[in-house]
Write a protein that binds this ligand. Structure first.
Ligand SMILES: CC(C)(COP(=O)(O)OP(=O)(O)OC[C@H]1O[C@@H](n2cnc3c(N)ncnc32)[C@H](O)[C@@H]1OP(=O)(O)O)[C@@H](O)C(=O)NCCC(=O)NCCS
Length: 181
């Protein structure tokens, strides 16, 4: 399954085997994994398995995270987008918004810009009624991005003994926000 979505600065597309080196740069960085369980990837074999896993999700669920490609340089900067997930709170299924970017590209509004496109895709193309997300309580950037996008914190839970916030963005809130802008 192929995806192609354009934002102002980025192309959002499916994971490919050729993304191996860029994803290794991303996932071998301990700073990137600071709020993700502190377990950065050690081998490119694990990245290759991860790419296959995401490509299988496209087939099984019709959606999965997207590579964020810089329109000017062609560099794969990381990933962003939706995933059909199992909740850590009650094991129910839901659509999760997430993002992970190479450290050198943090602070340029990339998570915000690409998430806006993913949210639009989820509500307009997948006809979702709700998109949810989770972030470690101390992950200031991620919590800020979610709140800026209109997500409301509705719960708290422990993931691998780490305190996390749970967020929801219902379709009604998205529509209201879209009408106002
Ligand atoms: C989380 C992450 C994707 C954010 O990406 P990004 O492209 O830098 O995010 P943006 O630039 O769109 O927005 C970041 C916002 O958070 C703010 N911010 C940054 N650090 C912050 C902090 N410690 N506390 C509060 N706000 C913070 C920025 O000022 C910016 O807000 P603004 O646009 O209102 O100024 C990036 O830091 C990352 O890849 N982290 C590692 C992986 C990760 O933690 N993923 C999320 C898991 S839940």
């Amino acid at each position: 399954m192929n995806f192609y979505i354009e934002t102002n600065r980025f192309i959002l597309r499916e994971f490919r085997e050729t993304d191996l080196d860029d994803l290794f740069e991303l996932d071998s960085d301990p700073e990137v994994h600071k709020y993700l369980g502190n377990n950065p990837v050690k081998s490119k074999e694990d990245i290759a398995k991860g790419i296959e896993f995401v490509r299988q999700q496209y087939k099984d669920s019709g959606i999965g995270r997207w590579i964020v490609e810089d329109k000017e340089t062609g560099e794969a900067l990381g990933w962003s987008g939706l995933k059909y997930e199992t909740s850590d709170i009650d094991q129910s299924k839901y659509y999760d918004l997430g993002y992970r970017l190479k450290r050198k590209h943090w602070g340029k509004g990339i998570a915000t810009e690409t998430s806006e496109a993913a949210i639009e895709f989820g509500f307009d193309n997948l006809n979702l009624k709700m998109i949810s997300a989770a972030a470690h309580k101390e992950n200031g950037a991620s919590n800020h991005v979610l709140q800026k996008l209109g997500f409301k914190q509705t719960n708290e839970f422990l993931w691998e003994k780490e305190p996390c916030f749970w967020y929801d963005l219902p379709l009604s809130v998205y529509l209201e926000k879209t009408l106002q802008s």
